[in-house]
Design a protein around this ligand. Structure first.
Ligand SMILES: C[S@@+](CC[C@H](N)C(=O)[O-])C[C@H]1O[C@@H](n2cnc3c(N)ncnc32)[C@H](O)[C@@H]1O
Length: 266
């Protein structure tokens, strides 16, 4: 647990857990019993209990790093918007730290799952279905912190087999679509002095991200830089181009990318 009350963590793990199963007998009788579930699903992700749904983006090393950074902030009493909330992991962490939190996602399954996850963690969070900032007008000018782990995989959703990963794709193919939206428009949702906490990666072109940030925000700071192994089989068609332009790099026979986490002030 960090000083702010946001749980922090540093590793993935395999989980062996007891879940609750229900068996239906006849027309209306149910028997409930405990079953042993062995999975690598993040049902306890950095101290946050998360139910999973294969139609919703599951937290990864990105979310883990956001939690590490958030654990250093004092969020008590602040208003937070978790933009693209997915499972609700970041929103729930902020609510645990005493913030009033709104989470939004275009995926209706995510909204439903995030609501369930908030209940599992005994926190109140308002989750809304929203495409970009549409439908969030009530919060315009009232947010202290936007936390945005935006989709960054390039390509078109139709190229991806499973829906879970399709949710992280950007229709315009350069992996910047939602990042650009949050940098350009997020400022209107913040109070004066409000902050954006987000990230950009080496495939997205750091220079473009920095230029856009300077146009819309002030006091821009890098709050974390991480290199992560990055070799998703589905990205095979991009790999060579990205390696040749330095967006990916090889080390010890493995392929990595770099992710920069940044904070910016209105
Ligand atoms: C990389 S995931 C991050 C999920 C979660 N915040 C986390 O850290 O695990 C990006 C999320 O953005 C959502 N998303 C994609 N397009 C969106 C849009 N146009 N408006 C709002 N959310 C969107 C996806 O459904 C997905 O849940």
């Amino acid at each position: 647990m960090g000083p702010s009350g946001v749980p922090s963590c540093s590793s993935d793990a395999w989980y062996i857990d007891f879940g609750v199963g229900r068996l239906r007998f006849g027309a209306a009788r149910y028997q409930t019993w405990r079953v042993l579930v062995i999975s690598n699903s993040p049902d306890d992700f950095c101290g946050i209990r998360l139910a999973a749904n294969d139609q919703v983006w599951a937290p990864t090393y990105y979310a883990r790093t956001f939690l590490e950074i958030l654990s250093g902030y004092n969020l008590a009493g602040s208003t937070v918007l978790d933009f693209g909330c997915g499972s609700g992991v970041l929103a729930i962490a902020c609510a645990k730290a005493g913030a009033r939190v709104v989470g939004s996602d275009i995926n209706p399954h995510a909204v439903k799952l995030a609501k369930l996850n908030a209940r599992l963690n005994d926190v109140r969070v308002e989750f809304l279905q929203s495409d970009r900032f549409r439908g969030l007008e009530n919060f315009k000018g009232s947010v202290d912190l936007i936390v945005a782990n935006t989709p960054s995989l390039p390509g078109r959703a139709a190229e991806v087999v499973d829906r879970e990963n399709a949710d992280a794709y950007n229709e315009n193919g350069d992996g910047r679509e939602l990042l650009d939206v949050v940098i350009r428009e997020g400022v209107m949702w913040c109070k004066p002095g409000g902050m954006l906490l987000s990230c950009t990666n080496s495939e997205q072109n750091f220079k473009l991200s920095h230029e856009l940030l300077r146009q819309h925000w002030s006091e821009i700071s890098t709050v974390g830089v991480k290199e992560f192994e990055f070799d998703l089989p589905m990205l095979a068609r991009y790999r060579d181009e990205w390696l040749s332009r330095g967006a990916l790099f090889e080390r010890g026979g493995l392929i990595f990318h770099k992710v920069e986490f940044f904070a910016a002030r209105k």
